[in-house]
Design a protein around this ligand. Structure first.
Ligand code: PHE
Length: 359
C-alpha cells in the first residue's frame, strides 16, 4: 500500500469536524490549536512522520470528543497512524536498500588500506615479572626448571627433611589429592621446593637453577592469601658455596628488580630443608622514613632462604661432604603486588579483564 497524503489529510479533516459538534471549552480550543499545525499544511506536505505525530493527538484526548463520535474518531486516528507506520517502514527499507546498492558499486572502497587489526591483549603482570627474572638469572648462567604441580608426598615433604609428624605438613595447609588406598600419596605442591630435589637428581653439580611456578594452599582467603599463588625457587649447588654467595646472589636479584643497590639484612628463620635458615629483609624501596608498604619499619620481608640441609642433598643423590648449596623461595605473587602496587592478591588470578587491561 502506498502512502496517500491526500487521504491522510481527509482523515484529519474528518477528525476536526467531529470536534465541531463538541461543546466549546478550553479543552476543545486547545485541541484545535494543536491540530492546526497540521491542518495548515497542504496535503502533500503531510509527510508520514508528521502524520504519525498528528494521529497521536486525538488518540490522547479522546474524552474531549462527544461520546457518540469517539468510535469514529478513534478508528480514523488509527487508520492515520497505520498509514504513517507502514510508510515509515517502507522508507527505512528503501534507504537500507539504497545504501547496500551503493556499497555494492564499490565506490569509495580502497583495497590498499590495511584491514582493521584484532585487539592484542597484554601479558599478565605475573608473566611480565617472571620473564624479567628469567632474563636476569639466565644472563648469569642459571638454568630455568619446571616441576609437576601435582607432586608426590615424597618430593613435597619427605625428601625436604620434613618428617611425617612434622607440623609443616599441617601448617602448609596442604590440598591432598584423592588416590587409591596403598598408592603413593599425592598433593597439590605447597611450594616450589620439591623441584630442588628433582633438580639434584637430574643435574650434575655444580649447577644453578630457578623454578618459577604455581603453588597451592588450602587457606582462608583474604587480601593477602589466595589458594593458588606463584613462587620462584632458587637453588645453587657447588664447591664451598657459603652464606656469602647467598647474600651476593640476593643483592644482585634486588638490583635486577629495583634497578639499584638495596640494603638487606638476614634474620634467623626455620625451614627443615635449610640449615642455617634465614628470613631476608630488604630496605623498603619506596621510602626512607617508613610507609604503608613497609608498615613504617623501612624493612620489607622479601624471602626465606638458607644453606641446603645435608639430608636434602642426600635425598637428591648428592654427597654433602663434597658439595654445599643455598636455596631461596621468592614469593613471586607478593613481588608482583609490590612492583605494581596491587593491594589484593585475589586480583591476580581473578580473571577480571578490567584489572588485566591495566597492564
Ligand atoms: N619453600 C618455603 C615456603 O614455601 C620457602 C623456602 C624456600 C625457604 C627455600 C627456604 C629455602 O615456605
Amino acid at each position: 500500500m502506498t502512502y496517500d497524503a491526500q487521504a491522510v489529510r481527509a482523515l484529519l479533516d474528518e477528525i476536526l469536524a467531529a470536534l465541531a459538534s463538541a461543546p466549546e471549552s478550553d479543552e476543545t480550543r486547545a485541541l484545535r490549536e494543536r491540530l492546526a499545525r497540521f491542518t495548515a499544511l497542504s496535503g502533500a506536505e503531510l509527510t508520514p512522520a508528521l502524520a504519525l505525530e498528528a494521529s497521536a493527538i486525538p488518540l490522547g484526548a479522546m474524552r474531549v470528543f462527544p461520546k457518540e463520535a469517539r468510535g469514529q474518531v478513534g478508528a480514523k486516528a488509527n487508520a492515520m497512524k497505520q498509514a504513517a507506520d507502514a510508510a515509515l517502514a517502507q522508507e527505512k527499507e528503501a534507504a537500507l536498500a539504497l545504501a547496500l546498492a551503493e556499497e555494492r558499486t564499490g565506490k569509495g572502497f580502497d583495497a590498499t588500506l590495511p584491514p582493521p587489526l584484532p585487539s592484542r591483549g597484554s601479558l599478565h603482570p605475573i608473566t611480565q615479572v617472571t620473564r624479567e627474572l628469567e632474563d636476569l638469572f639466565t644472563s648469569m648462567g642459571w638454568t630455568i626448571l619446571d616441576g609437576p604441580e601435582v607432586e608426590t608426598e615424597h618430593f613435597n615433604f619427605d625428601a625436604l627433611n620434613i618428617s611425617p609428624d612434622h607440623p609443616a605438613r599441617d601448617t602448609m595447609d596442604t590440598f591432598w589429592v584423592k588416590t587409591a588406598p596403598g598408592a603413593e600419596r599425592l598433593v597439590m605442591r605447597t611450594h616450589t621446593s620439591p623441584v630442588q630435589v628433582r633438580a639434584m637428581k637430574r643435574l650434575t653439580p655444580p649447577f644453578r637453577a630457578i623454578v618459577p611456578g604455581k603453588v597451592f594452599r588450602n587457606e582462608a582467603l583474604d587480601a593477602s592469601h589466595e589458594h593458588t599463588f606463584h613462587q620462584m625457587e632458587g637453588l645453587v649447588v657447588g664447591k664451598d658455596i657459603s652464606v656469602g654467595h647467598l647474600i651476593g646472589a640476593m643483592k644482585t636479584l634486588l638490583r635486577g628488580i629495583f634497578g639499584r643497590d638495596i640494603e638487606i639484612r638476614l634474620r634467623p628463620g626455620y625451614f627443615p630443608f635449610v640449615e642455617p635458615g634465614f628470613e631476608l629483609d630488604a630496605r623498603c624501596p619506596f621510602c626512607k622514613e617508613g610507609c604503608s608498604v613497609c608498615k613504617r619499619s623501612t624493612w620489607i620481608e622479601l624471602l626465606p632462604c638458607g644453606m641446603v640441609h645435608p639430608n636434602v642433598l642426600r635425598a637428591g643423590g648428592i654427597d654433602p661432604e663434597q658439595w654445599t648449596g643455598f636455596a631461596f623461595g621468592l614469593g613471586l605473587s607478593r613481588l608482583v603486588m609490590l612492583r605494581f602496587s596491587i593491594d589484593d592478591i585475589r586480583h591476580l588470578l581473578g580473571g577480571d579483564v578490567r584489572f588485566l587491561e591495566q597492564f
